[in-house]
Design a protein around this ligand. Structure first.
Ligand code: HEM
Length: 235
């Protein structure tokens, strides 16, 4: 059976020991084939930067938790909480592939900011016009909790207009947390520059300013940002 490593020569090249030796820790950015990726730009980026298996396959929960703590400076409670949400996707051998995250209504859901709803045909591919609308909600400035609240309300209306069913309470909560996950992970003082947004969403890469910023990212911070977003949806 051909593995995706052998289908994608750049990944094979990446794994040669002499290349690893030359690159040291080997967290250089090499974009993996999109066919091996899921709808989460965060986990895709971790694979593109070698914090998770670059081929996006056979990933263990402990690899995810370690990557979140070491690359993105999450504390253990936050890293564990996020990682545990992957449990329903595990295979018999206790691993999952990034593509498994495309399965609808397990942890993937409608009303995403940059992905279409399931009934619109493709629930996992990045959609550039949706990304432009996300940036436009910030009126030319940086993306903030307030602009994300605007996006959140707009996407709910668009999804309803497209005839998609509402989210279950579980997925509503997951969606709410995801809406502020980049803001919390970037830890750039509540503002996401357009440059950071473009790098993260279009290249699926965490810029150095995020990776080098060792400020601990906490579950408390994530939930706090989510509550602030909710507040702005009302006021
Ligand atoms: C174990 C950790 C994680 C899990 C299980 C996870 C899971 C997911 C899933 C399933 C989606 C797709 C939701 C959908 O559109 O239906 C998603 C989207 C997203 N994830 Fe993650 N994620 C994780 C870590 C991260 C991290 C560290 C970031 C950091 C920035 C991140 C940022 C995002 C963003 C911004 C979206 C929304 C994409 C959009 O529609 O605009 N995620 N995540």
């Amino acid at each position: 059976m051909p593995s995706s490593r052998s289908e994608h020569p750049q990944l094979q090249y990446e794994q040669k020991p002499e290349v690893k030796q030359l690159l040291g820790d080997n967290h250089s950015y090499i974009r993996g084939n999109i066919a091996t990726r899921g709808p989460c730009p965060g986990l895709n980026a971790l694979a593109n930067q070698g914090y998770l298996p670059r081929d996006g396959n056979n990933i263990t929960l402990s690899e995810v938790e370690t990557a979140l703590m070491s690359a993105l400076h999450m504390d253990k409670p936050l890293a564990s909480a996020l990682t545990n949400s992957l449990k329903p996707l595990l295979h018999k051998d206790k691993t999952f592939n990034l593509v498994d995250m495309r399965q609808h209504n397990i942890i993937e859901h409608d009303v995403s900011f940059t992905r279409l709803d399931f009934r619109q045909g493709d629930n996992y591919t990045f959609q550039p016009p949706m990304f432009q609308a996300l940036l436009a909600d910030a009126n030319g400035g940086p993306v903030t909790v307030k602009s994300l609240a605007k996006t959140y309300v707009r996407r709910r209306k668009e999804s309803k207009a497209a005839g998609s069913p509402g989210l279950s309470i579980n997925l509503w909560f997951v969606n709410l947390l995801q809406s502020v996950s980049l803001l919390n992970t970037a830890a750039t003082g509540g503002k996401l520059s357009r440059e950071l947004m473009v790098t993260f969403y279009t290249e699926e890469r965490f810029p150095e300013e995020v990776l080098r910023n060792e400020k601990p990212r906490t579950l408390f911070g994530l939930v706090g940002n989510a509550l602030l977003l909710l507040f702005y949806t009302f006021f």
